[in-house]
Design a protein around this ligand. Structure first.
Ligand code: PLP
Length: 379
C-alpha cells in the first residue's frame, strides 16, 4: 500500500532535491566557520553571502537587509521585541491582528506583560483585516503594526500594502509574517511597503531550523540575544551554513518557478475543492474565496468532525485540522473563532494544502479517500 497523499504543505514541505544537493558539501568537506579568516572560512562566508543575495532577490530586498535566523518564530520575536527594544519611552503601543500565529501573538503578549499597550484588530468572516480597523486603533504612541501576510490555517491574504499606506505617513513601523506566503506568491517588500518581513525555510522546500527577517535599511531595531556580531549584530551565533545555503537555493527555485507554480498550485487546490463539493452537499469553504493562498483549501464537512474524518481517511490522506502547531486539541481554532465561524461548522473543518510535489492523481486519490470517509461516517 502506498503512503497517504501528503496534503499538509502549510505545516512543512519536503526538502527540494536541488536544496539537499547544494547543502551536502557544507555538511562534509566545507564545514568552515564563516568568521574564520582561512580558506575554509572564506568558502563558508562566500556561500552565506550568495544565499543572502538569493533570499534578498526573492523579496525585492538588498542583501544587507536580510538577517538569517533559526526559524520564523525567532524572526517574529526579533521583529517585535527588537523594534520594541529600540523604540523610545513615548512609543509603547503595538497593533496585531486577531489571526496571528502564536509566533507573533506570544511576543505581543510578552510586551503587554512588560507594560506595552497591545491592540488586537478583528477580522471579518473571511479572515481579512479591514485597513480602516487598523486606522481606528493607531495612536500617537504606536511603534509597530504586525499583520501577517497570509494566514496559515485558512490562507486568507491580508491587505498589507493598504495598511502600509496608513502606517508609513505616520512613521509607524510595519511588520508582516510572510512564513506562509513566501515561495507561494510573489512578494516585493517595496510594493508591500513593509519595514520588516518574516520568512520560514521549511515552508518553501528548504530545511527546518532556518528562517530570515527582512529589515528595511534604517529601521530602528536592536538584538534580543547577545553574543558575537554575526548577522549585522542582530543575531549572534555561528551561522548554520548548510541550512542558509539551502534557504538560498530554495529562494532561487521559488523565484524561477513563480508565477507558474502559483497557477499550478491553484489548479490542484481547485480540482480538490471541485471533487469534494460535487460529492458532498454542504461542504463549505473557510477563508477568502479569492484573496487566498493558491495552495490552501480550508473546508468544513457537514455532520462530521474534521478529526474523525482525517482519522478514517488516514490511509489515503495526511492533512491537518488547522495549524499543525495546535492540532492535538479539540478546541475551536482561534483563527476560526476570530472569523466568527460557529462551533459545529468549525468542528468539521480540515486544512488541505497542496505543494510542488503534488500530482493530479494525488488530488483525485485524496478526494476519493475523503469522500469515502465522509460517507462512512454519515451513513
Ligand atoms: N508564522 C506562520 C504564519 C506560520 O505558519 C508558522 C509555522 O507554521 C510560523 C510563523 C512559525 O514557523 P517556525 O515553526 O518554523 O518557527
Amino acid at each position: 500500500m502506498s503512503d497517504p497523499v501528503y496534503l499538509d504543505y502549510n505545516a512543512t514541505t519536503p526538502v527540494a532535491p536541488e536544496v539537499a544537493e547544494a547543502m551536502l558539501p557544507f555538511l562534509r568537506a566545507q564545514f568552515g566557520n564563516p568568521s574564520s579568516s582561512h580558506i575554509r572560512g572564506l568558502y563558508a562566508r562566500a556561500a552565506v553571502r550568495d544565499a543572502r543575495q538569493q533570499v534578498a532577490e526573492l523579496i525585492g530586498a538588498t542583501p544587507e537587509e536580510i538577517v538569517f535566523t533559526g526559524c520564523a518564530t525567532e524572526a517574529n520575536n526579533l521583529a517585535l521585541l527588537g523594534v520594541a527594544a529600540a523604540s523610545g519611552e513615548g512609543k509603547r503601543h503595538l497593533v496585531i491582528s486577531a489571526v496571528e500565529h502564536p509566533a507573533v501573538m506570544q511576543p505581543a503578549l510578552h510586551l503587554r506583560q512588560l507594560g506595552w499597550a497591545v491592540s488586537v484588530v478583528p477580522v471579518d468572516g473571511q479572515g481579512r483585516v479591514a485597513p480602516e480597523a487598523v486606522a481606528a486603533v493607531l495612536r500617537p504612541d504606536t511603534a509597530l503594526v504586525s499583520i501577517m501576510h497570509a494566514n496559515n490555517e485558512v490562507g486568507t491574504i491580508q491587505p498589507v500594502a493598504e495598511i502600509a499606506a496608513l502606517t508609513r505617513p505616520l512613521n509607524i513601523l510595519l511588520h508582516t509574517d510572510a512564513a506562509q506566503s513566501a515561495g507561494k506568491i510573489m512578494i516585493d517588500v517595496g510594493a508591500l511597503g513593509v519595514d520588516l518581513l518574516t520568512l520560514a525555510g521549511h515552508k518553501f522546500y528548504a530545511t527546518k531550523g532556518i528562517g530570515a527577517l527582512y529589515v528595511r535599511a534604517g529601521t530602528p531595531i536592536r538584538a534580543i540575544t547577545f553574543g558575537a556580531d554575526q548577522e549585522w549584530g542582530l543575531r549572534a551565533g555561528t551561522e548554520n551554513v548548510p541550512a542558509i545555503v539551502g534557504l538560498g537555493v530554495a529562494a532561487r527555485l521559488a523565484w524561477e518557478r513563480l508565477p507558474e507554480a502559483t497557477v499550478q498550485l491553484q489548479r490542484w487546490r481547485d480540482r480538490l475543492h471541485m471533487r469534494l463539493a460535487a460529492a458532498i452537499p454542504g461542504v463549505t469553504l473557510n477563508g477568502h474565496p479569492d484573496e487566498r493562498l493558491p495552495n490552501t483549501l480550508h473546508i468544513s464537512f457537514p455532520g462530521v468532525t474534521g478529526r474523525m474524518l482525517l482519522q478514517v481517511a488516514s490511509g489515503e490522506v495526511a492533512a491537518s485540522l488547522g495549524s499543525a502547531c495546535h492540532s492535538e486539541h479539540d478546541t475551536v481554532s482561534g483563527v476560526l473563532a476570530a472569523m466568527g465561524v460557529e462551533a459545529a461548522h468549525a468542528a468539521g473543518a480540515v486544512r488541505l494544502s497542496v505543494g510542488m510535489m503534488t500530482a493530479d492523481e494525488d488530488v483525485d486519490r485524496a478526494a476519493a479517500g475523503l469522500i469515502a470517509a465522509w460517507r462512512q461516517l454519515t451513513r
